[in-house]
Write a protein that binds this ligand. Structure first.
Ligand code: SAM
Length: 282
């Protein structure tokens, strides 16, 4: 079954009375090279299990299932049930769970379904929840090696930017704390049906296993980064003073004691700089 063929998809939809939901970010891949590429470069292979988020008609799911021992996919749209029963019928190593990924206990799911085997996350993410899904996967500290996801090109640029540059945002620091991000390849808007108004890119986050901060230090680190980037044009002392209820003079003193410019803005600090501040104020 060729799920990247527009005729096949239209026939499938007509038979099942299915129509795209814009609000669920349903832009399905129709470029035949993209899904095999995500599966290959996402670390799929014998002995590996994959968690997919958002199956659509199962075009990526099938590529994951061809290569992995087991695939578990979480899909919110129950209207896809009869379609997936048909498109995934050839595979006995796939289980689709119809649920909202944001409401799903992913740690439990991975432990229950993959039983400690090597695992990866692969997905063509719905754009409306790209950052929350990435952060949920990272913060849950899932037992996975890597997360390989399709995101909007601009989101990929921000996530894979270097911390301490104009291109970065709060998410850059969070992603870099938990993983090593890398852009794998670009995907043009014409690779999807319906075609979105933006281009996309596939990124891979290699998960770091070590935990360098205590849970409390982590919480403070992300509180500082979020506060700083909520007013990224202002000098960092202003948002930090407001967030921590500490005088600007005291914040300036802390920054100076760490050899950081009191006039610095959020985007000028490295991840290590924020870590040092978090440790100092705790
Ligand atoms: N993987 C398919 C592909 O590449 O063609 C579909 C990708 S489409 C961009 C995103 C998919 O995620 C849709 O099938 C949509 O229904 C599903 N989705 C949207 N929100 C979701 C959520 N909160 N939890 C789980 N799945 C969701």
């Amino acid at each position: 079954m060729e799920l990247t063929n527009i005729g096949t998809i239209k026939e499938l939809f007509a038979r099942h009375g299915f129509s795209f939901s814009k609000s669920l970010g349903q832009n399905f891949l129709i470029n035949p090279t993209v899904c095999p590429n995500i599966a290959e470069r996402g670390g799929c292979g014998p002995g590996v299990c994959a968690l997919e988020i958002g199956t659509g008609v199962g075009v990526l799911t099938r590529e994951l299932a061809k290569r992995c021992d087991k695939v578990v996919a979480v899909e919110i749209d129950e209207r896809l049930k009869p379609i997936l029963a048909e498109t995934l019928a050839d595979f006995d190593n796939v289980e689709v769970i119809f649920a909202d990924v944001m409401e799903t206990d992913l740690s439990r799911l991975i432990a229950e379904k993959f039983g400690g085997k090597d695992a990866v996350v692969c997905a063509n993410l719905p754009y409306y929840i790209t950052s929350p899904v990435i952060m949920k996967v990272l913060e849950s500290r899932l037992n996975i090696k890597a997360m390989t996801v399709m995101v909007q090109k601009e989101a990929a640029e921000r996530i894979c930017a270097k911390c301490g540059t104009r291109e970065c945002g709060a998410i850059t620091y969070a992603v870099n704390y938990y993983s090593e991000p890398k852009t794998l390849f670009r995907v043009a808007r014409g690779s999807f049906m319906p075609s979105p108004n933006v281009d996309s890119a596939v990124i891979r986050l290699n998960i770091k296993n070590e935990r360098s901060l205590s849970p409390n230090e982590e919480k403070t680190l992300f509180r500082l980064v979020r506060a700083g980037f909520s007013q990224r044009r202002k000098q960092l002392v202003n948002p930090l003073s407001a967030e921590l209820h500490v005088s600007k003079a005291d914040i300036s003193e802390i920054l100076s004691s760490l050899n950081l410019k009191p006039t610095a803005r959020a985007e000028e600090l490295s991840l290590e700089d924020y870590i040092k501040i978090a440790k100092t104020i705790l």
